[in-house]
Design a protein. Sequence first.
Length: 183
Amino acid sequence: MLNPNSTLPVITDRLMIRMLTRDDQEHIYNLCLQAFNNDWPSGWRMDYEQASNFLDWQINKYETFNVLTDSVYFAVVARDNSNFIGHCHVGCIDELAETEIGYGIAKEFRGVGYATEVAKALTQWALSTFNLKYVVATITDDNPSSLRVIEKVGFLKYGKMKIPSMDENKIFNYFRYYNQIVK
């Protein structure tokens, strides 16, 4: 398996996807605070210490990360001023045994196309770096912005499903994006 660290950061027109560092502690915690206001997924409701432990856990994964067996998070920052815009992740959903991409943009940076830019770049990076046949995205109906993003990027909808490890009470829209090079 190719070491993903050798292909990071991923650079787009306006953004950079990079590994998280300890310097991102306040930014990760701010995302957690947004979860308490229902502006971020409820799974991110963590206090400061939990957010710090989550950050350490993700940083420690970079050395052994494998998209076929695990998932890892990255920072999304603005190229022009290094503002922390949000996060993205790539990796295995256990119940599906498939590699998923995901993204989250902090509330104050939404509505200007960052999510689309991240989703497109992360998808292409994951497909090419790991030589995957396809990646998936799972999004609930109560997130219409993200549904639009994933469709703009070119993912195809394959139905709906429950994914207990993500949220036992929700039904997720299931999308795939196929690698045009790998058949």
